[in-house]
Design a protein around this ligand. Sequence first.
Ligand code: PLP
Length: 394
Amino acid sequence: MISNKQLFLLNNAQTSTSPNLLEIDYAEGIYLYDRDKKPYVDLVSGFAVSNVGHRHPKVVEAIKAQLDKYMHLTVYGEYVQTPMVLFAQKLVSVLPGNLNNVYFVNSGAEATEGALKLAKRYTGRSGIISCYHSYHGSTHGALSVMGNETYKQAYRPLLPDVQFIHFNEEKDLEFITEDTACVILETIQGEAGIRVPSQDYMIRLRERCSQMGALLILDEIQAAFGRSGKLFAFENFRIEPDILLLAKALGGGMPMGAFIANKEVMGVLKENPILGHITTFGGHPVSCSAGLASLEVILEEELLKTVAAKSELFRTLLVHPLIREVRGMGLMLGIQLDSFQQVESLSRLCRERGVVIDWFLHCETAMRIAPPLIISEEEIRKVCTIILKALDEI
Ligand code: PLP
């Protein structure tokens, strides 16, 4: 009989010649279970999605309750749908006062698209500034602001008027001028291999954008919802964006994204032309119910309180001659090795021993550590022992 793996390779579009091919039967908490019931600790969280763990009971309950009422009703922005109303209200209540208007979309890339359009429309300018080694999604607009030529060269022409600066380099901030509509920046760069900017840089960046009348878009699609130890990563730097991008953990395991701005800024999408951004499924009732439940879990279970200590434990334990550096903040860590071959071997050995780790799009010499925030100290000790033993063997 033809296996699911064979069917996957046959009928599902492939994005590489070496897919992971792990076949998961079910997932719960920090564990993925394959068809033989072998458990794997998920140190990737489905790429920074499962912050409250897989299938958190409160998230599952919220989804089931909404399924009994309605699923899709109509396009974004027309009917008053309770899950979307309540989720936006909750998000606004935990964000600074300036970020009080939420546009729900379907993915991180769509949040990027919406935000770039909003910045152009609001400022009447076309210049966009992004950073080298950034990742903001894979659609045409998002690809245009991706700071890695390898992934872009085959798809030109892309958006015009996009300029790249070096992340965390204060002198490059002079490229932000009165022609700049927006600067888009990951608060903590993810796919670059986890790069944390300095406090000074972030303050200068904020000042320069304000002086020039350019909107500051912070992409926290990967870094928000506790991953950095704060609910939103910008809280670590004492600055606020004009537009905030969210996705991944936003939906508590369901697909959704959002761009959030001030009501006055967001207002330009309403007219001249009307329907400045249109999306059929944006604010999907089931995704919003899941997202709201997930955010409540983060707050009620006080998950943020333990992130710094867990991060420190990883850093204390992950000491090995092959580890050059452990970078990052909270449970958004990168382990720097010397080569892709080491990274690949480490990943393979860990997986054989029940630990899933992965590397980064723009940094193939580092390993990603981004477990669900609910991982216990005992589980951290166990996985670190497995990682260190595997490093001994490569
Ligand atoms: N921005 C950042 C920082 C991301 O890490 C990602 C995805 O990895 C995206 C945007 C794109 O999100 P999505 O895959 O939902 O389009």
